[in-house]
Ligand binder design. Structure first.
Ligand code: NDP
Length: 329
């Protein structure tokens, strides 16, 4: 009998109804790849919530092990870049969507998808950041490339108490920005201020239909919410400002006008973490390791075990998870 290990498997029946189960699989069940990794930590992102609950067609091959990111140690490699014992991180590349993902004790992936775990970070630290946090760093880097420095004015962060939002606030605060945090959870005000938010606004101010142009309020934005919220953020962005858009927690639509673009020269910066080129990933993880405050990372993350993944996936869909959830295997 081959050695087995625990995994979560999402299946689909003949009526295309999705179901999820905790099971045992073996290495023979893993998909193609040249590196096998012992998964030591993973996490539950919004996308994992969508995948496990079936609320959006994130999983496009069945049955599939979900989980879009992990950190762990190389067990076996035929890729010249990696050897047994190397500590690695994986984010995206279709893992947990079309390729067996993180919610199993082992993963087999392409070596080119992996990045080294930065010096000084544990697998747990890396997953406290996770895809949500690495995406937050991609947003900050995009704003910087656009010249949105702290002296240009405030930056608004939407979905502030969520994963992307919490990490974005921590990073922007360390870099000296004045941060306006938009949240539906005003009871989290002290949490958000401790992470570095300067002002807190209610998400209700941004969640209704947007005017073509509103009063100028911020030089930049990190938006994890989309829909009316992104439209409002754009309409209130200062002349020449920029908004990094990465999420769709309110919706995938964008009911906006072109007025901010053609009358204020505002830019909308699209952020994708899944297929982001390796150089950009390496730069994002280098900066996360050196610029993200460890105390803040601890404050914004909670830890669960493998058995808690499915419940956490439902809770992230309900919007009740604060910050980031780390799964220690
Ligand atoms: P979380 O669930 O942790 O955070 C989302 C936050 O959005 C919630 O905490 C809540 O913040 C706010 N929110 C939820 N529902 C609504 C709503 N109906 N209207 C307005 N605000 C709402 O998710 P993540 O941080 O993991 O991900 C955030 C978004 O970013 C997701 O849409 C995800 O798919 C996307 N994403 C995209 C990536 C990319 O590559 N482009 C990579 C990673 C994430 P609060 O309670 O403070 O209001």
């Amino acid at each position: 009998m081959p050695e087995t290990f625990k995994a979560i498997l999402v299946s689909r029946d003949e009526d295309k109804k999705q179901s999820v189960a905790v099971t045992e699989i073996s290495e023979a069940d893993l998909m193609e790849g040249d590196v096998t990794v012992a998964v030591e930590a993973t996490t539950v992102n919004y996308k994992d919530g969508l995948a496990i609950t079936g609320k959006a067609p994130v999983i496009r091959r069945f049955p599939l092990v979900p989980g879009i990111d992990f950190a762990g140690t190389v067990l076996e490699s035929s890729n010249p870049e990696w050897k047994k014992g190397d500590k690695v991180i994986l984010n995206g590349w279709g893992v947990g969507e079309t390729h067996h993902g993180a919610y199993a004790e082992r993963a087999r992936v392409k070596g080119e998808w992996l990045v080294p775990l930065p010096e000084g970070m544990s697998p747990r630290d890396a997953m406290a950041v996770g895809t949500a946090g690495y995406t937050a760093m991609l947003c900050v880097m995009a704003l910087e490339r656009h010249g949105i420095t702290p002296d240009r004015g405030p930056v608004v962060v939407t979905g502030a108490a969520g994963g992307v939002g919490s990490v974005a606030i921590s990073i922007l605060s360390r870099l000296g920005y004045h941060i306006i945090a938009s949240t539906g959870r005003t009871e989290e005000e002290s949490y958000l201020r401790d992470l570095g938010a300067t002002e807190i606004i209610s998400r209700d101010e941004l969640s209704g239909p947007a005017k073509p142009l509103g009063k100028e309020r911020w030089a930049g934005g990190v938006d994890a919410v989309g829909s009316h919220t992104l439209a409002n953020v754009l309409s209130m962005t200062n002349y020449g400002g920029a908004v990094a858009a990465c999420g769709l927690a309110q919706g995938m639509d964008l009911p906006a006008s072109v007025a901010p673009f053609i009358l204020r020269g505002v830019s909308l910066l699209g952020i994708d973490s899944v297929m982001a080129p390796r150089e950009l990933r390496l730069e994002a993880w280098r900066r996360i390791a050196t610029e993200l405050d460890h105390a803040k990372l601890a404050a914004l993350s909670t830890t669960i075990g493998f058995a808690g993944i499915i419940d956490a996936a439902h809770r992230i869909m309900d919007g009740t998870i604060r910050g980031r959830v780390v799964v220690e295997m």
